[in-house]
Design a protein around this ligand. Structure first.
Ligand SMILES: [Zn+2]
Length: 180
């Protein structure tokens, strides 16, 4: 396994305080979590460090990272190296991107901001034969494609987080601020 592949084995170096016991969460002050009805939500989001070809070091959710690796492997088997331009983006980075008129349909609450989306390089999505291979590889890996959005976003591959998106973004941001 080369350094250029998504690391499967490196578990996140989270400080122990980032993962309080369920008991602590239940009895802690209300402001420990941002949404009282979803006290255990953040247990379902876990950013892990990955190294994406092209992008380099970034973070993805631990359930999403293996799917991206599978997409890379599937495409490779069909002769295409998947190169990425984006992985995790903080809400601040996402807000900056929204001010860039050249950016493709950046959402306000982006799955990039909870580690459930990646973008591939233009060389791939602008080349139909390569894009077809990557799309098939992604579908096989359980990922969905932004090209199916009403607002066409062809570089974007994603999966839906297990909790509500805004909540997932908050959880990811809290983790990112501790591990970055
Ligand atoms: Zn994207």
């Amino acid at each position: 396994m080369s350094r250029s592949e998504v690391s499967k084995n490196s578990l996140p170096a989270l400080p122990p305080t980032s993962n309080p016991s369920p008991e602590l969460q239940k009895t802690g002050p209300v402001d420990v979590v941002s949404n009282a009805e979803c006290a255990d939500c953040c247990d379902k989001i876990k950013l892990v460090p990955v190294n994406l070809p092209g992008k380099g070091d970034t973070y993805l959710d631990e359930s999403f990272a293996p799917k991206v690796q599978s997409m890379i492997d599937n495409a490779k088997a069909n002769g295409v190296d998947v190169i990425f331009v984006s992985g995790y983006r903080t809400p601040e980075e996402q807000a900056l991107l929204r001010k860039n008129p050249r950016a493709i349909t950046p959402a306000e609450n982006s799955l990039h901001s909870c580690g459930f989306a990646v973008d591939i390089t233009r060389d791939l999505w602008a080349d139909k034969s390569k894009l077809d291979i990557v799309r098939e590889a992604a579908e096989k890996a359980g990922l969905r494609w932004g090209g199916d959005f009403r607002k066409y976003d062809p570089p974007h591959f994603y999966a839906d987080p297990p909790i509500e998106r805004k909540q997932a973004i908050k959880c990811a941001e809290e983790q990112y601020n501790k591990i970055k």
